[in-house]
Ligand binder design. Structure first.
Ligand SMILES: [Zn+2]
Length: 303
């Protein structure tokens, strides 16, 4: 079969008539094959004729097939939605709800990692769908977060946006739309609950510490002297950091300073010099801040 060449150029009166009668009722793909024109040309002509307007139903000129994140069914998603860059799509509201309500196993240490990162640098959101997430410009960290979420069976959504106070800096916002994780983090904002949670296993302490360190930690070097510390304004978080460090047999010192905003910043510093820092990095295995960063080399160290 010889493929017929697609029509170009001027639209005949019959073609326009056909388009007017069928646009919006028939898929663009079918109209295009009836008229032997490209989908794009059909769409552009329809726009010229005022048959569709951007943002209105039928204005999208295409769709793609994606898999439902819950049931695996294949279905069509309009390009306009695909452009948003979400990682997961649900075929129906029911499937979206199942994904949203999926249980997480708190015995999985990776859950402790997610909790640590979110408690250190993230947010919880309770309007519309309950969600937890964080935003950062470091793609390695975003990748690690997404990987951990996926291995505990949670779906991650992400989108890019510019920082509010700095329009030039782009950050990636990643969040997990999960009632279970949301409720867990709410529950763990209480000191005794969090202390109990990191005590589930040695791995829980390590993974939670990894999250907190990646979010709130710094590794600074000045000459040959290095310093590793974790700072946070929440007393219960710092108390938990202390507990995890003691459990893993690290020595530390703790101090606090009053910020301009009036809040207290608690700072925990690892003791024992570079040997202990090396040990910390090999136990906790952070995906970032695992080498002294260049910007910090010249920064004056506080003892
Ligand atoms: Zn589905």
């Amino acid at each position: 079969m010889v493929k017929q060449e697609k029509r170009h150029g001027e639209w005949s009166l019959e073609e326009v008539k056909f388009l007017r009668e069928n646009y919006g009722k028939m898929p663009i793909k079918d109209i295009a094959s009836q008229l032997n024109r490209s989908e794009r040309s059909v769409y552009m002509k329809a726009r010229k004729l005022g048959l569709c307007r951007p943002g209105k139903k039928g204005s999208e000129r295409g769709s793609s097939i994606v898999e439902c994140a819950t049931c695996g069914k294949k279905f069509k998603v309009a390009w306009a939605r695909l452009r948003m860059g979400y990682d997961n799509y649900y075929c129906s509201r029911k499937c979206a709800d199942i994904g949203h309500r999926k249980r997480v196993d708190i015995n999985n240490p990776l859950v402790a990692y997610l909790v640590g990162l979110i408690q250190g640098d993230g947010y919880i959101r309770d309007h519309k769908r309950k969600a937890v997430g964080f935003c950062n410009s470091n793609t390695i960290l975003i990748e690690e977060f997404s990987k951990a979420a996926k291995s505990v069976g949670l779906k991650v959504c992400s989108y890019r946006r510019v920082r509010q106070n700095n329009k030039k800096r782009q950050v990636i916002d990643v969040y997990i739309s999960s009632v279970c994780l949301y409720e867990l983090i709410k529950k763990l904002s209480e000191k005794s609950a969090l202390l109990k949670f990191v005590d589930i296993s040695r791995e829980h302490s390590i993974y939670w510490l990894k999250g907190i360190y990646e979010a709130d930690g710094t590794l600074a070097c000045f000459g040959r002297r290095c310093q590793l510390r974790i700072a946070n304004t929440s007393e219960f978080i710092i108390a938990t950091v202390e507990k995890c460090l003691s459990k893993l047999h690290f020595k530390y010192s703790k101090r606090h300073e009053i910020l301009k905003s009036g809040k207290t910043l608690y700072i925990v510093t690892l003791l024992g010099g570079s040997a202990e820092i090396k040990k910390f990095l090999s136990v906790v295995k952070p995906c970032i801040k695992n080498k002294p960063s260049k910007e910090m080399k010249n920064e004056e160290l506080k003892s």
